[in-house]
Design a protein around this ligand. Structure first.
Ligand code: FES
Length: 109
């Protein structure tokens, strides 16, 4: 019988998820964006400490249009059509500056 091992997770301030599904990102744009996150978070100081942002990939948010789609929790902010340049602004203005970028939001809880 396999012994259950309780998973561990570092503390985080926010959680950013990117959909990598091919219905909103038919050419792998979501995965390509996700692949930049580690370096971008390190450069912004979001990879550790009080403002640490956890990052995850999802295969579908159920809103399969105009990706890449990015979700920031616990803020309940859902962004669409996110490019590399837009992600830089989300990091600076939302994740660091606490000001979501209204014009790119398609849903906010
Ligand atoms: S495939 Fe990305 S939201 Fe469905």
């Amino acid at each position: 019988m396999t012994e259950l091992i309780k998973p561990k997770m570092m503390d985080y301030h926010r959680h950013l998820l990117i959909c990598i599904g091919d219905r909103c990102c038919p050419n792998g744009e979501g995965q390509a964006l996700y692949d930049t996150l580690s370096e971008k978070f390190k450069a912004a100081g979001l990879n550790a400490g009080d403002l640490r942002v956890k990052r995850s990939r999802a295969t579908c948010f159920g809103t399969c249009k105009s990706g890449p789609l990015v979700c920031v929790q616990p803020d309940g902010v859902w962004y669409y059509d996110i490019t590399d340049e837009k992600l830089d602004r989300i990091i600076a203005e939302h994740l660091i500056g606490n000001q979501p970028i209204k014009e790119w939001i398609y849903h906010q809880h």
